[in-house]
Design a protein around this ligand. Structure first.
Ligand code: FES
Length: 111
């Protein structure tokens, strides 16, 4: 069973993001009008904590050196030189579930 419940859907406001721990692993969950998105917690540039960055509903920005990524795909935007890894998410029983076994790259999810 790879799906882990990370938080309630009500835990995160739209256009915001927050870290959660599940099975000892830290996961960053972001929300926009389309749904919920999950990523590892640290920037692929120099490991800054992405939760201290911004999420505007389209882009995630690391405030250390302003690398940015498309929320839906993790694709690098602007200055970013590497994509942001993602985990698959699903919503069930008002909860956000993440599949930590499967990292995605450039995949648009249905959630
Ligand atoms: S550590 Fe995130 S952009 Fe440099």
């Amino acid at each position: 069973m790879n799906w882990k419940r990370v938080c309630d859907t009500e835990s995160i406001l739209e256009n915001d993001m927050q870290e959660f721990e599940v099975d000892g692993i830290t996961v960053l969950i972001a929300r926009n009008a389309e749904g919920f998105w999950a990523y590892p917690p640290n920037c692929p540039h120099m490991e800054a904590q992405l939760a201290f960055g911004t999420c505007d509903g389209k882009l995630i920005t690391c405030l250390q050196h302003l690398w940015q990524w498309d929320m839906r795909t993790g694709a690098a935007v602007g200055l970013a030189e590497e994509p942001l890894k993602q985990y698959r998410t699903k919503i069930e029983d008002s909860g956000v579930f993440v599949n930590l076994q499967e990292e995605l790259k450039y995949a648009i999810q249905d959630n």
